[in-house]
Ligand binder design. Sequence first.
Ligand SMILES: Cc1cc2nc3c(=O)[nH]c(=O)nc-3n(C[C@H](O)[C@H](O)[C@H](O)COP(=O)(O)O)c2cc1C
Length: 144
Amino acid sequence: MHRFVYVSTATGPLSAHQIADIAGACHRNNRRAGLTGILVVHQGKFFHILEGDETAIRRRAQKIQDDPRHSTFEVIEAREIQRRAFVDWTFVHEMPERLPLLGTENVATLRDLMPINSPLRGRDLSVRHMVRDFLASFKQLVAA
Ligand SMILES: Cc1cc2nc3c(=O)[nH]c(=O)nc-3n(C[C@H](O)[C@H](O)[C@H](O)COP(=O)(O)O)c2cc1C
């Protein structure tokens, strides 16, 4: 079991369609590949945790890294883990209701992630700290 965590920056302003497209790809591919975790999109920044089989993660991470929609890819963690911190895959956005989603994606609002005890932050302390630090990196969190 492996965990891969990074932050990156959108290369330009992302339209609601582009964000929904990324959420759709995650939904389509991650579940099928047994990948769990979260992708938080906020103010042009991405925070991504992927957990699962190492080969599956490497394969998908390569595609993600090659994606021109973001850059300044900063790996926070890439290591073997004993157990998953997440039971599912979730996409987090400040206003998911504004995105043209299919409706089947597992989405949550940034507001749901904000409480320090939010179950969305995962069940591992080090992971919860990474989520906390990412959220703390914003001067102001804009949540609906
Ligand atoms: C920040 C960011 C995170 C992404 N995360 C994922 C992901 O977790 N899973 C995924 O399948 N695609 C993700 N994508 C999209 C991939 O870069 C790529 O477009 C997609 O995997 C291609 O899907 P396909 O193999 O079905 O054509 C992400 C893109 C960006 C910009």
